[in-house]
Design a protein around this ligand. Structure first.
Ligand code: ATP
Ligand code: MG
Length: 426
């Protein structure tokens, strides 16, 4: 490009956003609490790549799901392979289990992960093209107690993040044994009501009528409310599983509502499906969605390993979280002259080794200017190094919060700063 052409600003791709440092602090805190809680239940992190072969999602997420039909970021790479920026995490974990024979380890396998997902959807509040999920997966546990465990764990995290007024919706979507009979009845009902449905749902009526329940169109919702419900078709095993799942939720004191039209937007669910919604979030109110997928690993050609999990949307979660980020506490170095500057740089190294955040600015200033700068930046401590201090090898430390002053060697002062930190944290 020739240099006299007007420069056009480059901005972030539509539906993606930067998380700037102040906001990133909130993300770090939420992620740290999630990590801490999941590890308490024995979950361990499993990190998979952001790009995967396209067929992984076509097969895993399901050919008739909204994600695969409309929302995937798919492109052909330089080697002529079709790759996709992952729209969800579960298929990647299933791939990893089969690829690394993780099923040979003692079960259940409990995994968690946090990271970006990509869906080419219409961007709006609470809906982005790059968004972030906290994801949980358990493999090899049939007991409905684990279904309740992950719901309880999600609730614990929400409570730790100060999220209030959530509603937990639960349902059972049946299994291979009971779904076919239900599917037939549902298709008949959907085809009979075809003319009233949106074009998308008319197509779903043919391909996968269950998906009509996900449609956000009011008219379709109205029509679907008259359709037969899976809950009335459950086989004895699915009924029993659903019953026990709810008993365990009661044991934990988790309130929930049975929502017979909750089927979730992915094709692979069996038995348990659930969603946690924040009632005041408006249209995009689902914070967390999850369920069981007992056939998925086998359908990928892996062993017979049942699975269950959930995904929480971090953007939506943070929009309702009430967390306070602790104020950063750091030492500002107020030095006079070149010799003192060098001593500051040396001392900062010592203090940082003690885990103390230090800020040594490189511009020459008078003492007054140093203090006003320290105030402006919000320093908790100012370490003063002038000629006297240099001579003595002892420094002045000013506590900017409580207006106290100390004198001591670097290590003595480090002790004071750390002691206060410990007192504050309790
Ligand atoms: P929705 O019905 O809102 O489209 P979904 O069923 O597609 O949600 P899941 O695939 O279950 O969502 O993903 C789990 C969670 O991830 C959602 O509950 C939501 O919090 C979040 N999420 C999903 N899609 C987006 C998006 N495009 N932008 C931001 N968050 C999202
Ligand atoms: Mg969606």
């Amino acid at each position: 490009m020739s240099s006299d052409q007007p420069k056009k600003e480059i901005s972030a791709i539509k539906g993606t956003h930067d998380i700037l440092p102040e906001e990133a602090r909130l993300w770090q805190l939420a992620e740290a609490r999630a990590r801490e809680i999941f590890e308490l239940y024995g979950y361990r992190e499993l990190r998979a790549p952001v790009i995967e072969p396209t067929e992984l999602f076509e097969k895993g997420t399901g050919a008739s799901s909204d994600i695969v039909t409309k929302e995937m970021y798919t492109f052909v790479d330089k080697g002529g392979r079709s790759v996709t920026l992952r729209p969800e995490y579960t298929p990647s974990v299933v791939r990893a289990i089969i690829e690394h024979r993780l099923d040979l380890q003692s079960q259940p396998l409990r995994y968690y992960y946090m990271g970006p997902m990509f869906r080419y959807d219409r961007p709006q509040k609470g809906r982005y093209r790059q968004f972030h999920q906290i994801d949980i997966e358990v493999f090899g546990e049939k007991d409905p107690a684990v279904d309740a465990e992950i719901v309880e764990m999600a609730h614990r995290l929400l409570a730790r993040l100060g999220v209030e007024d959530v509603l937990t919706l639960v349902n059972s979507v049946g299994c291979k044994k009971c779904r076919p009979a239900y599917g037939q009845e549902l298709r008949q009902a959907a085809l009979a009501a075809r003319d009233k449905l949106c074009p998308d749902c008319q197509r779903k009526a043919e391909v996968n009528p269950l998906r009509i329940f996900d449609c956000k169109n009011e008219v379709c919702r109205q029509v679907a409310s008259g359709f037969p419900l899976i809950i009335d078709f459950l086989c004895a095993e699915c009924r029993d599983h659903f019953h026990k799942f709810r008993e365990y939720l009661d044991l934990y004191g988790i309130e929930y509502r049975v929502e017979p039209t909750l089927v979730r937007g992915l094709d692979y669910y069996t038995k348990t499906a659930f969603e946690i919604v924040a009632e005041h979030l408006g249209a995009q109110n689902a914070i967390c969605g999850g369920g069981r997928y007992d056939d998925m690993v086998r359908e990928f050609g892996g062993p017979d390993l049942c699975g269950i999990g959930f995904a929480m949307g971090l953007e939506r979660l943070l929009s309702v979280a009430r967390i306070q980020v602790p104020k950063d506490s750091f030492v500002y170095f107020a030095y006079l002259g070149d010799q003192a500057k060098k001593e500051s740089l040396r001392l900062a190294r010592v203090l940082r080794s003690e885990g103390i955040e230090c800020l040594v600015e490189f511009r020459d200033r008078g003492m007054k200017a140093h203090f006003s700068r320290a105030n402006k930046l919000g320093a908790d401590w100012v370490l003063i190094i002038g000629e006297d201090e240099l001579k003595k090898g002892k420094y002045q430390l000013k506590d900017m919060v409580n207006s106290r002053q100390f004198e001591g060697s670097a290590l003595e002062l480090a002790g004071i700063i750390k002691g206060k930190k410990i007192l504050e944290i309790g």
